[in-house]
Design a protein around this ligand. Structure first.
Ligand code: ADP
Length: 401
């Protein structure tokens, strides 16, 4: 006699940005392991939106274009997505929805099931992550309205860094500010947590030693791991700190902010726009925030922007190696880190003084190990998977909370 067909159990992961909602659907296997079923995004939410979904193998499953001027917004995009999922849900039950939430402040050191009180608490962090947090919360509100019976879990980019020692979290301000939450939080934690989770099987020395992971994408940061736990990060109170990024400045003398406001008459909102949206690779090159465009350009300004990015990566790597008291490994991940052999090579060559010997051929071939056999510092390039990390957390929280 054959076993009855039990419904498959699904977890939907949402990553809502300012103009797009990325989604993934994972199916829980009998063993509890999660496998990707489909993923996609709704882009350009506020003008000529575009919905696209692919299967786990990358094959296009469906897409739709809306006409110019159409404003779907987050609510409309999620309404469309939920209807699409309904139509493809035969034999599937939805266990819950997991969200990427950028800022969890001091209190959220772990993922949490969302209720009205949590949502209100998370709204307090909107000023600390204005590019992300409002949209993350919009998606939670929209799902609560559209699927009120489905539990939702918030997974924080800051949570992984709550293990950083106080020393690494402090600013040299009067202590009361630290107590009130003005401290370095660190971000991209879901990416670092995923990398830390795969290192033991792939790179035991990097897993147990002093490792700097470089998440180099549109947003960019580095995290110092000691035996897989975060001990320091280049990002701080907000996600503008640290490395220069696609459009964000990275660290800056705070006196520049005072000067811009007091002497140049810029308002706080103008400075915010400058630092979050008009700086970094875009601001320096005057051309693009996209590393591929800059690498392909002959413009001196584009070259200068890339040179400065590499220089700043080298400085921050040295700083995190000092925080770790030495360095055993580096790991490159995210859009630039996973795909640009040129940027990896330049950062590694610059880190030769730390004992890193790049294997040029392995790097050009895409790794995963890109250091020579005798290199004092190992170098790796590994794909990150923040969505899988969110799905794992969501599954665990729903089983225990
Ligand atoms: P996000 O922070 O939006 O998730 P990603 O991790 O997708 O960003 O990274 C986007 C960045 O990765 C862009 O600057 C893009 O140019 C860069 N990138 C992607 N592929 C390559 C490549 N082959 N060479 C250089 N840069 C690349």
């Amino acid at each position: 006699m054959s076993a009855p067909n039990l419904p498959e159990q699904a977890i939907v992961v949402l990553n809502a940005g300012s103009s797009s909602v990325k989604f993934s659907v994972f199916i829980a296997q009998a063993s509890g392991a999660l496998s990707l079923r489909l993923h996609g995004q709704v882009e350009a939410l506020f003008n000529q939106p575009h919905f696209l979904v692919r299967g786990a193998d990358g094959a296009l499953m469906d897409q739709r274009h809306w006409s110019a001027g159409t404003q779907l917004g987050h609510h409309g995009a999620l309404e469309y997505l939920i209807e699409f999922l309904r139509q493809h849900s035969e034999g599937i039950v939805l266990l819950g929805v997991g969200h990427r939430v950028v800022h969890g402040g001091m209190s959220y050191a772990d993922p949490v099931r969302v209720d009205a009180a949590t949502l209100a608490a998370l709204a307090q962090f909107v000023p600390l992550a204005p590019l992300h947090q409002p949209h993350n919360l919009d998606a939670i509100r929209a799902v609560a309205e559209l699927l009120p019976e489905v539990p939702q879990v918030a997974c924080f980019d800051t949570a992984f860094h709550r293990s950083d020692p106080d020393m690494a979290q402090m600013f040299a301000l009067p202590q009361r500010f630290f107590e009130e939450g003005v401290r370095r939080y660190g971000f991209h934690g879901l990416s670092y947590e995923y990398i830390a989770s795969v290192l033991p099987a792939l790179a035991p020395r990097a897993a147990s030693g002093r490792t700097v992971v470089m998440h180099l994408g549109n947003g960019a940061s580095m995290c110092a791991l000691s035996a897989g736990r975060s001990v320091a990060s280049t990002m701080g109170f907000t996600a503008i700190d640290g490395l220069p990024m696609g459009t964000r400045s990275g660290n800056l003398d705070p006196g520049v902010v005072l000067y811009l406001q007091q002497e140049r008459g810029m308002s706080a909102a103008e400075v915010e726009r400058l630092l979050y949206q008009q700086s970094g690779l875009l601001g320096m090159s005057g051309l693009s925030s996209d590393m591929r465009t800059l690498l392909a350009s002959d413009s001196p300004a584009a070259r200068r922007a890339v040179d400065h990015f590499v220089y700043r990566c080298g400085r921050e790597l040295g700083s995190l190696a000092a925080a770790l008291g030495g360095l055993d490994a580096v790991v490159f991940t995210a859009g630039v880190g996973e795909n640009s052999a040129e940027i990896r090579a330049r950062i590694c060559r610059q880190a030769a003084w730390l004992g890193l010997q790049l294997d040029e051929a392995a790097n050009a071939a895409g790794g995963p190990c890109i250091s020579l056999a005798g290199s004092v510092v190992e170098a790796w390039t590994l794909p990150t998977d923040e969505e899988l990390m969110i799905a794992r957390h969501t599954q665990r929280v729903l089983m225990t909370q």
